[in-house]
Write a protein that binds this ligand. Structure first.
Ligand code: ADP
Length: 478
């Protein structure tokens, strides 16, 4: 899969995720809007019912008043008869006459507003909202257009007098009511609207969204999960891509590494077979020597690849015994020293460890040291100054191999322990290798329960440090 295709997929997937997210948001928003509309309808229905009840009450009271006045009028009529007959003693002191004035007062809509019973109103609102299954906190108030103020707030009469200080205690309640969403005109007719009932639900938005929170959370969670899986997949694709590139490099490298000895062996065998050589045993011996040497070189390469395969299969088969590290290092240095000296360099040892015995597999630990020394020599083009140092640390020994070579960048340092990785810059490619050495070192050190790390600076040199525990335990895994 080319880089372009991968980036194309990333773009499409990201776009799809964004679109799905936006659609989900709008879908939920639409549901909340619908829910709100439903809520509004229920509240308006409840308020209408409250209004009807108030009107019913007012009519009843009016009826009673009219009846009473009518009744008083009949008494007055009767009294008038009595007056005519001369007896004034039974005249009522305060009766209302059903004249135009008192009728106008009774039928005055503002008067209806004043006669609203606060307790009844409180009960009506509570009952109607309950019937509509609206169970959230609310505030309400009856506003009079005549006095331009509230006359009832949340079940209490408000002192009507202007400038009354007791009113200030209700200011806080009035303010939210001024912005109340629900407003139901009371006792309104074509000519006038004496007032209205305001109703407000402070926690309405929260209430409406609350039923969608589980859906919102679930959908966000799964969108997040998709995002995570997608990112992880992309990460794996890039990694695989890199591994496959490195494997191609490795195959090219290996072919190259084998080509030289094969060509040399072929040349040597041809030479042996050529006439005139057959009789010359010295020459035959030399050619056979070359064949053997090249063969050993190939065997060494194959061995490295096989070791890696073994590690991959977790089939290590370590032969654990007591090892004197200083002896092991000295031996490894003998092998590496020739090449170092040929470049005009030297290998120095600083054995600070008082106790150099550990438990481990001799061959593998030798290979580890050999690989590090090999690299120190390979990646130091001129006069290698290699220092091998040991010291005792808590529960084990630390060995460091430092050189004054080409060093490497921070980015490379993170990758060198990966299989097949080789630094691709500058003249590094002149140096032969499979990119397996350090991954082997890491796998083996970890199999012994140890740790490996590197400090390096481009152009200055590198320092590899390995820690090996004193005691080998079976829990140490690859
Ligand atoms: P290789 O077979 O390429 O040497 P290694 O796994 O041993 O494989 O090393 C991986 C890469 O790390 C090398 O290709 C090289 O770029 C870098 N490297 C290893 N050791 C050193 C060192 N001492 N100095 C500089 N670069 C090094």
């Amino acid at each position: 899969m080319s880089r372009k295709v991968i980036w194309g997929i990333i773009a499409i997937m990201s776009l799809s995720l964004i679109v799905v997210g936006v659609i989900q948001f709008f879908w939920i928003k639409r549901s909340v809007d619908l829910e709100e509309k439903n809520f509004d309808d229920k509240v308006i229905f409840a308020l209408n019912n409250v209004k009807e009840r108030l009107i019913g009450d007012a009519q009843e009271r009016l009826q009673r008043d009219v009846e009473e006045i009518k009744f008083q009028n009949t008494i007055v009529d009767k009294l008038k008869q009595e007056i005519i007959s001369g007896d004034k003693s039974t005249w009522p002191q305060n009766h209302r006459n059903l004249d135009a004035g008192s009728l106008a007062f009774l039928f005055n809509a503002d008067h209806f507003l004043e006669t609203i019973d606060k307790d009844k109103l409180h009960k009506y609102i509570a009952k109607e909202l309950k019937e509509q299954k609206i169970n959230i906190k609310y505030e309400y108030g009856v506003f009079s257009n005549d006095i331009k103020d509230y006359i009832i707030i949340n079940g209490n009469y408000v002192a009507a007098a202007v400038g009354d200080t007791s009113k200030s205690s209700n200011v806080a309640a009035i303010n939210p009511l001024q912005m109340a969403e629900y407003r139901m005109p009371l006792f309104a007719n074509e000519i006038s609207e004496p007032g209205h009932l305001n109703l407000n639900f402070p926690g309405k938005t929260r209430f409406l969204w609350s039923s969608f929170i589980p859906i919102l959370l679930t959908s966000s969670f799964f969108t997040g999960l998709i995002l995570f899986c997608f990112s992880y997949t992309i990460y794996i694709i890039f990694r695989q891509k890199k591994v496959s590139e490195m494997k191609t490099d490795f195959i090219n490298n290996m072919t190259h590494e084998f080509k030289t000895p094969i060509a040399t062996i072929s040349l040597a065998s041809d030479s042996i077979l050529s006439p005139g050589i057959m009789e010359n045993t010295d020459k035959i011996k030399r050619f056979i020597g070359i064949i053997k040497q090249e063969n050993a070189r190939m065997l060494n390469q194959v061995e490295k690849v096989l070791q890696m395969a073994q590690i991959e299969k977790n089939d290590l088969n370590l032969k654990i015994s007591g090892i004197h590290l200083h002896e092991l290092i000295e031996e490894a240095i003998i092998n590496a020293e020739l090449k170092v000296q040929a470049k005009g360099g030297s290998i120095e040892t600083v054995f600070d460890a008082k106790k150099d015995e550990i438990e481990g597999d001799f061959t593998h630990i030798s290979n580890i040291i050999n690989n590090l020394l090999d690299n120190a020599e390979k990646y130091t083009p001129e006069k290698p100054q290699i220092i091998v140092q040991t010291k005792n640390v808590k529960k084990g020994i630390e060995i460091s191999v430092s050189d004054n070579g080409i060093g490497m960048s921070k980015e490379s340092q993170k990758l060198i322990f990966e299989k097949f990785y080789r630094v691709h810059t500058g003249n590094v490619h002149d140096v032969k290798g499979f990119g397996l050495g350090l991954s082997y070192v890491k796998a083996m050190v970890e199999a012994h329960g140890g740790k490996v790390s590197v400090q390096s600076e481009l152009g200055k040199g590198s320092n590899f440090t390995i820690f090996l525990p004193e005691k080998f335990s079976n829990q140490n895994k690859v």
